[in-house]
Design a binder for this molecule. Structure first.
Ligand SMILES: [Zn+2]
Length: 411
């Protein structure tokens, strides 16, 4: 994606400020680099990436890039996998985030007459409060529920006539099933769902949309970069618009770190343009996506990235092509006779990588047609050939973990 002149200006301004901070995170990281030499996209692309581990090393407040009196709040990424990352926010950061989030809601067609039911959690995490501030900025009525207590959720949803549900996909599914079970859909006023960006399959998406009878929107974001709300899908459901007046995006090959051409799948790297409390320069998100080339029919001037297809840690390289479980699942979802369970095996035989896709079929499906259709679509969508072995429903072992569906037997 081509860097706009105004983005380059903001990046240069930010770099100058960061490099002048004595003992600052980026002053140390980019030591020896002459900021004046960063005068083009090409020069910018030579700067080193930053990663979650670098940010963790700055714990607790090493990322802070403004004087103490300007910090009004901190958020933190979850510490379940180690030391958390603490992100300080200035009043302007909080303000900018609310503006971006309000823009997300407006893109989804919300107005100040909507009643926004917020179920993501509140606290150190950026979720709940982000959804709330954005809705308030838009002038809508917020119902700040937080997660849990399904009975109370449904009562409030009914009594207060919530029109918009904000949730993770798994919680939205749980609520949708409960609403169906209780037969109370007709008593609710839900029109739209704003769903957090964890990866979710098309089949799950269709179930939530059907059972709730709402239009769904994918919202994107990460704690290190404000939080949810830096982009959202529109009515055309073809990727998420990213607010490129706040965030500059790049897509790289997660293995080599090389920039990829527009349209190719890789890791999203973000650079903040106006963040004060803790700016990011070329931060690796580990989220897999691609730029969607061309203009969106909705007329939005903001560029699009695809729905998040997974994490870079799930990536495998076969016959020189990077592939991800999410892509295999997309192919399977597109074949009518196939069910959702599969196993993908990669072997190395006679000096060649050999792929085999075992896939369960629905009862009565024509296995021969499933095999042929899937072979063809796999080659077309993913770019490599695979053998396809259709099996009966429940022939494959069940596992809670997605990762055990791909078996790399090459090494
Ligand atoms: Zn659009």
């Amino acid at each position: 994606m081509k860097m706009k002149p105004e983005q380059l200006e903001l990046i240069r301004k930010q770099l100058k400020r960061l490099m002048a901070i004595e003992d600052g995170f980026y002053a140390k990281k980019l030591q020896g680099i002459d900021v004046d030499s960063i005068d083009s996209q090409e020069a910018f692309e030579k700067l080193p990436y930053s990663d979650k581990n670098d940010l963790r090393d700055a714990y607790p407040l090493g990322l802070q890039a403004v004087p103490e009196e300007e910090v009004v709040r901190i958020h933190s990424s979850s510490g379940t996998t180690g030391t958390p990352v603490i992100i300080p926010y200035t009043a302007k950061d909080v303000d900018d985030w609310a503006d971006m989030f309000a823009r997300c809601y407006a893109t989804a067609g919300l107005t100040n007459l909507d009643r926004v039911h917020v179920t993501p959690g509140y606290g150190l995490w950026t979720a709940g409060i982000g959804f709330q501030n954005g809705a308030e900025r838009l002038g809508a009525m917020v119902i700040p529920m937080g997660p849990g207590n399904t009975d109370k959720q449904l009562k409030m949803m009914e009594d207060l006539k919530s029109t918009v549900l904000c949730a993770t996909s798994s919680y939205a599914l749980l609520l949708a099933e409960e609403i169906a079970k209780r037969g109370i859909r007709d008593k609710l006023c839900l029109k739209k769902g704003i769903i957090g960006s964890e990866r979710w399959g098309d089949k799950m998406r269709a179930r939530i949309a059907d059972e709730l009878g709402v239009k769904l929107y994918d919202i994107y974001g990460l704690t290190e970069c404000y939080g949810p709300g830096i982009g959202i899908s529109c009515d055309y459901e073809d990727g998420m618009h990213i607010w490129d007046d706040y965030v500059y995006c790049e897509i790289i090959d997660p293995k080599t770190g090389e920039l990829l051409p527009d349209g190719e799948l890789g890791e999203l790297v973000v650079t903040t343009l106006v963040k004060e409390g803790a700016p990011l320069i070329r931060f690796r998100t580990h989220d897999l996506t691609r730029f969607i080339p061309g203009d969106c029919p909705c007329g939005s001037p903001y560029p699009r990235i695809d729905t998040i297809l997974g994490r870079t840690d799930d990536m495998i390289k076969v016959k020189g092509v990077n592939i991800f479980p999410g892509q295999i699942e997309e192919v399977i979802a597109a074949i009518p006779g196939a069910s959702s369970e599969y196993q993908f095996m990669i072997d190395h035989i006679n000096g060649k990588d050999l792929c085999t896709l075992f896939v369960e079929t629905i009862p009565g499906a024509n296995k021969y047609a499933v095999e042929n259709d899937m072979k063809e679509l796999f080659k077309h969508k993913i770019g490599i050939a695979t053998h396809v072995m259709p099996v009966d429903l429940e022939d494959l072992p069940r596992s809670e973990k997605k990762s055990t569906r791909v078996f790399d037997n090459r090494y």
